[in-house]
Write a protein that binds this ligand. Structure first.
Ligand code: ADP
Length: 757
């Protein structure tokens, strides 16, 4: 089968179409042969054979045969049915391969109606032809037409209608509607010709007035365009806006608003408001209004992209691949919105970027940190001075497509205020039921966000409002073990840092030991942000050294590390060697990862008062009170000690606020150790909430806490037995280096620590 792409002529089913033979030869590279079966394909762009690409074509074409090759330079094509162009492959040698399937019409046109309409068209054409010399000859020709389609095709060479208007006829499935479109084209173009020749006898029928109006408008547009092309330098700013609006492809509501504002702008002239109106129109017309076609995504390719750019994160990647699979199965966005939760520098934002790459989509990052106003999300009304679009539409405008991967950063840092709640506005953005008509106040017209893939990130779940959290599917980023960090540094961070300062591989080598020392002595974090910064500093210092010293290569080892990093090593949060009664190692979870902390207790002469210091929150203070009561009941004979003395509980590192119930067993053990005078090794750590009757309840953030314990050199950890399931999320390397003891009752801890009553 041969393919014949055409441009800017009207093609309809079941009609005769005349095409110049040389056009045919130019496009197909062959001479026409009668009975040649071919498919007419409607091309979208200018017809230049060498520039065809698969997206140069509209998705619906037409089947046709060459019925006749005329000696006067024309060939006649006989068209039959319409076809869907399912796939287009254009090869280097300019051959085109099509996969097509038949596209059926909806035959909803009443034959009587069709005849009536044809009759009207024929009458109008005959009247029209009267004003020409050849009018009389044309009458016979017109009388032979069997369908409106045929009439339109004959008129088509001098129609001013655009390529897309012509294509709209072909794309219409309903025969009745298609006929209406054809009628419109014919009448409009007839009117336009009359306007052209300043025909004085306007037909006074109602419908003709409407056609006349739209014909005049089209004529104006057409002439204006010609004028613009002749004098591009004289095109005014307003005219440029007009063109931008016309070409933007915006929906009807937006177009109405744009036209309204445009006419105000024209009246305003150089007035005060004109700059605002201009900015608005510029923003509106600059938005990506066109729908993007969904792409076929290979899961293997996507997995490869994710693996290339991020080391580790196995579970996260698996979950992302699942999401991509669901999306390509459903051929649309799947309803769930991913929420990446974890410490800073664990790769949440950057993996968002990789997802965009894997999906072959644009990426845009919108930071929500500090948004405290509904207008941050949804924009200000234009009546405000200094009104601006919200962050979401701003993001869409920046990335320039309607289907980006949009990473909404820091959704846990939204604050409500008297000016409305940004979280509820965000809820509307994320709700697939509502976001196809999201209306930014500044924009004032709905915009379809349903093709955007939203990914949210947060450091902690605590401050995310419940309704928002319910919409999202949480994926935890646990933080990296030192071994993983070493690999990330070697494979990604160091090469990137070297490239950014222009160092070549052979100019700088950093030993594994040096990187490990940076990880343990110069950073204290779950993610790799600090590590990245240190490596960048290191590369900068070495670049200066290379230029200054003239040596050809440098090596960084743990010994010379201190010279190349500007910072001091962070004092070791390593568990101390010696044990003292009343001090216990606890484990805490913070938004920046796990931490170890020491619970210190002391008895001083007094009257049974309890003093708690170290910026503890209410929940932790309550835990301390529970611990005191519990110890009194477990050691009745020591209770007197507590009554005759004051008990002081302190958790050092006073600058950091601490709260949460998970220090319960550590507090209890610390007081028990103090009262018994029995020291507990600092290499033993614990985490767990305690109830008043001594039960140990589960806690959150276990993986991060165990990682912190391992980092600090802890050997043994007590955890609530209800948290055993969470151990699956803990890296093997961490699990194997710790003795992990699950407990149900606080008494099990006390027994194990030999703090028996
Ligand atoms: P977050 O958004 O979690 O705060 P980022 O995505 O900004 O973290 O990551 C900080 C830096 O660390 C980025 O440069 C990123 O490329 C790098 N990074 C984080 N995790 C990985 C990983 N698993 N593999 C490679 N690079 C990583």
């Amino acid at each position: 089968m041969n393919v014949f792409p055409i441009y800017n002529i009207l093609v309809v089913p079941d009609a005769n179409i005349y095409i110049k033979t040389d056009t045919y030869e130019k496009v197909t590279g062959r001479s026409a042969v009668a009975d040649d079966k071919l498919v007419i394909v409607v091309a979208k762009e200018d017809l230049k054979r060498e520039e065809f690409a698969s997206d140069s074509f509209y998705p619906i074409g037409l089947r046709a045969t060459i019925a006749e090759v005329n000696s006067n330079g024309f060939i006649m094509l006989r068209t039959s049915n319409r076809v869907n162009i399912d796939d287009v492959a254009v090869y280097r040698d300019h051959t085109i391969d099509l996969t097509i399937s038949r596209r059926n019409d909806i035959n909803d046109l009443d034959p009587e109606e069709a005849r009536r309409k044809l009759y009207s068209v024929k009458t109008a054409m005959m009247k029209f032809s009267e004003s020409f010399q050849w009018g009389q000859a044309a009458r016979g020709f017109i009388a032979q037409w069997n369908s409106i389609g045929e009439a339109a095709v004959v008129m088509s060479p001098w129609m001013l209608s655009s390529n897309s208007e012509r294509y709209a006829v072909l794309a219409e499935d309903s025969v009745a509607k298609r006929t209406e479109l054809l009628e419109k084209l014919i009448y409009e173009n007839l009117e336009m010709n009359k306007v052209n020749r300043e025909a004085e006898h306007a037909q006074e029928e109602d419908h003709q007035k409407i056609y006349r109006e739209s014909a005049i408008r089209k004529q104006m547009e057409y002439l204006q365009r010609e004028l613009d092309e002749m004098n591009p330098e004289n095109v005014t700013d307003i005219r440029k806006l007009e063109i931008k609006i016309e070409e933007s492809g915006m929906n009807e509501t937006a177009r109405k608003e744009a036209d309204k504002v445009l006419s105000r702008l024209k009246h305003e002239g150089q007035g005060a408001e004109s700059a605002l109106l201009y900015d608005y129109l510029d923003f509106l017309a600059g938005l990506p209004w066109k729908k993007e076609k969904p792409k076929d995504i290979s899961l293997d390719e996507a997995a490869k992209v994710l693996d290339e750019e991020h080391y580790g994160l196995k579970k996260v990647k698996e979950r992302i691949i699942q999401q991509i699979a669901v999306m390509s199965l459903k051929r649309q966005q799947s309803g769930s919105i991913l929420l990446f939760v974890g410490a800073p520098g664990t790769g949440k934002t950057s993996i968002g970027q990789s997802i965009a790459k894997a999906l072959q989509r644009e990426y845009v990052r919108v930071s929500l940190g500090g948004a405290r106003d509904e207008a941050d999300i949804r924009g200000h009304r234009r009546t405000y001075i200094g009104a601006m679009p919200g962050r979401i539409m701003d993001g869409i405008s920046k990335c320039g497509v309607s289907n980006p991967v949009m990473v909404l950063d820091e959704v846990d840092k939204l604050y409500g205020s008297y000016n409305g709640d940004p979280a509820s506005a965000l809820l509307e953005v994320l709700d697939p039921e509502q976001n196809s008509t999201f209306t930014d106040h500044y924009l004032n017209v709905p915009y379809d966000l349903s093709n955007v893939l939203f990914i949210c990130t947060a450091n902690s779940l605590d401050s995310i409002p419940e309704p928002l959290l319910n919409r999202m599917e949480v994926i935890q980023f646990q933080g990296y073990t030192p071994i993983e960090k070493l690999q990330i540094a070697k494979r990604h961070l160091l090469p990137k840092a070297m490239r950014s300062v222009g160092l070549k591989d052979e100019q700088l080598s950093v030993t594994d030991e040096a990187i490990e020392t940076i990880i343990t002595d110069y950073t204290r974090e779950g993610g790799v942000r600090g590590l990245k910064k240190r490596l960048e500093t290191l590369c900068r210092t070495e670049a200066v050294e290379l230029v200054r010293g003239g040596s050809s290569s440098l090596t960084v080892t743990p010994e010379n590390l201190r010279d190349v990093l500007e910072d001091h090593p962070i004092p070791h949060r390593h568990v101390p060697e010696n044990a003292r009664p009343g001090v216990i190692t606890g484990l805490a979870w913070t938004p920046v990862g796990g931490e170890i902390l020491y619970i210190e207790t002391l008895l001083t002469k007094g009257t049974g008062k309890l003093t708690i210091t170290g910026r503890l929150g209410d929940v932790m203070k309550e835990s301390a009170q529970i611990a005191v009561s519990l110890v009194k009941s477990v050691y009745p004979d020591k209770a007197e000690l507590l009554e005759k003395n004051d008990l002081h509980i302190h958790v050092p590192d006073g600058a950091t606020p601490k709260d949460g119930p998970s220090a319960g067993i550590a507090l209890t053990s610390a007081i028990a150790s103090l009262l018994n005078g029995t020291p507990v090794s600092p290499a033993v750590a614990m985490t767990g909430e305690v109830s008043l009757r001594g039960g140990v309840n589960p806690i959150g953030g276990l993986p991060e806490k165990l990682m912190a314990a391992q980092r600090a050199g802890v050997k043994k950890v007590f955890i609530p037995s209800d948290n055993i399931e969470d151990l699956r999320d803990v890296a093997e390397e961490v699990r194997s280096s710790l003795e992990i003891i699950p407990v149900k009752e606080v008494s099990e801890v006390l027994n194990a620590l030999e703090l028996k009553p």
